[in-house]
Design a protein around this ligand. Structure first.
Ligand SMILES: NC(=O)C1=CN([C@@H]2O[C@H](COP(=O)(O)OP(=O)(O)OC[C@H]3O[C@@H](n4cnc5c(N)ncnc54)[C@H](OP(=O)(O)O)[C@@H]3O)[C@@H](O)[C@H]2O)C=CC1
Ligand SMILES: CCCCCCC/C=C/C=O
Length: 365
């Protein structure tokens, strides 16, 4: 008999999520039926979409939504071998039973030395968002100038790197000097700290005096209202996220977009990555190839980005491995673990609190 730990949304978030909004429960899993398999989560994702999606789709008492990388520990399904790893969409659970539907085996070309947490980041949903958003929504072309905000995040960091691979000039902004330095290291042509510039208008002009062909918008709100005025004629805006608005209890009011859209003849399109579910394999293959090419060339370019991973350590407690800078800061801080078990384990694992792990060649030997 296996006991699964599950993290439950006890109370809908009001403003920023807080520890008391969650509960940890234990569930006894039944024995497997034919066709079923038992999985153990090794990485759980924590993504910004959970904030608006939980509001819209979840009720209190539901298991928290999310994807995981999971290892198959027992199988009565011939399509899934014990020991294989899959990406699943089974929410925050340490163990679960599946009939195999909706599970994605990690590609067979996935090298043993490549962290599997990447399947929730650069080579997972956030990477695919960057890939399809840039190529299908922005329709980015070589020689163009691309602007991306929340640029040091899971999506933004891939946007910037793909735009460089695609022969574009890339401007990114982020909310700390460390992140700005990180963007430069990734190859961004220009990067600035949007929290400390005296004028966002001036910073955007300075970074690209001719304006922007493509704007990959992860943030919305005030930033986007300013940035739209810096678009070139016939510019394209991919509306990917609006993280600056997710925790608002009262909707923000802002300048309206129609006038710049008309005079600059802009195209602005919202999208959700699942639109390209039928091309998931293509995207994942391309992203994995780029990650591995960098490995071969031995340059720091593509980031091995662990920030979405919440590795479940041996005892089954949650530890944080990565970026902890957005609405879920609170969730990922040690504070959140107070109502959970094994708080000490988390506090005793400072190594787990790396922001990023870059593609240093030493990692690949
Ligand atoms: N449309 C789609 O299909 C998808 C959309 N998304 C969206 O893409 C965006 C980025 O996601 P992802 O890269 O995974 O996120 P990450 O959690 O990796 O990064 C989010 C970053 O956003 C910035 N941020 C947080 N709050 C604010 C705020 N109030 N104002 C401005 N910036 C803020 C922070 O960076 P900093 O310190 O630099 O401010 C934070 O680190 C989100 O809006 C998400 O909802 C993601 C996946 C799919
Ligand atoms: C199976 C997980 C699907 C995640 C889709 C995320 C879409 C994100 C939207 C905004 O953040």
């Amino acid at each position: 008999m296996v006991t699964a730990k599950v993290w439950v949304l006890k109370k809908h978030f009001e403003g920023f999520p807080k520890p008391s909004d969650f509960d940890l429960k234990k569930i006894e899993l039944p024995s497997l039926q034919n066709g079923e398999l038992l999985l153990e989560s090794v990485f759980l994702s924590v993504d910004p979409y959970m904030r608006p999606y939980s509001q819209r789709d979840m009720k209190e008492g539901d298991i928290m939504i999310g994807t995981q990388v999971a290892r198959i520990v027992e199988s009565k399904n011939p399509a899934f071998a014990v020991g294989a790893f899959v990406v699943a969409n089974s929410g925050w659970r340490s163990h679960f039973i599946s009939d195999g539907k909706g599970l994605h085996l990690l590609p067979s070309s996935w090298p043993e030395s490549l962290p599997k947490s990447l399947a929730l980041g650069t080579v997972g949903m956030p990477g695919l968002t960057a890939y399809f958003g840039l190529f299908e929504v922005c329709k980015m072309k070589p020689g163009e100038t691309v602007l991306v905000n929340a640029a040091a995040g899971a999506v933004g960091s891939v946007v910037g790197q793909l735009a460089k691979i695609g022969g574009c000039k890339v401007v990114g902004c982020a909310g700390s000097d460390d992140k700005v330095a990180y963007l430069k290291k990734l190859g961004f042509d220009e990067a600035f700290n949007y929290k400390t510039v005296t004028s966002l208008d001036e910073a955007l002009s300075k970074a690209s005096p001719d304006g922007y062909d493509c704007f990959f918008d992860n943030v919305g709100g005030e930033f986007s209202s300013v940035a739209i005025n810096h678009m070139k004629k016939h510019g394209r805006i991919a509306v990917c996220g609006a993280i600056s608005q997710y925790n608002d209890s009262v909707p923000q009011k802002g300048p309206y977009v129609q006038i710049p859209m008309i005079f600059k003849e802009l195209r602005m399109e919202g999208f959700i990555v699942t639109r390209w579910n039928n091309r998931r394999e293509e995207g994942q293959k391309a992203l994995l190839k780029w990650v591995l090419e960098v490995r071969r060339e031995g340059v720091i370019f593509f980031t091995v980005y662990l920030h979405h991973g919440l590795p479940l350590c041996k005892g089954g407690s949650l530890v944080v491995a990565g970026e902890v800078r957005s609405w879920y800061d609170f969730l990922l801080s040690d504070v959140i673990f107070e109502p959970f078990e094994d708080t000490q384990t988390i506090l005793n694992m400072p190594d787990a609190f790396h922001f990023t792990e870059t593609c240093d060649t030493s990692l690949w030997s």
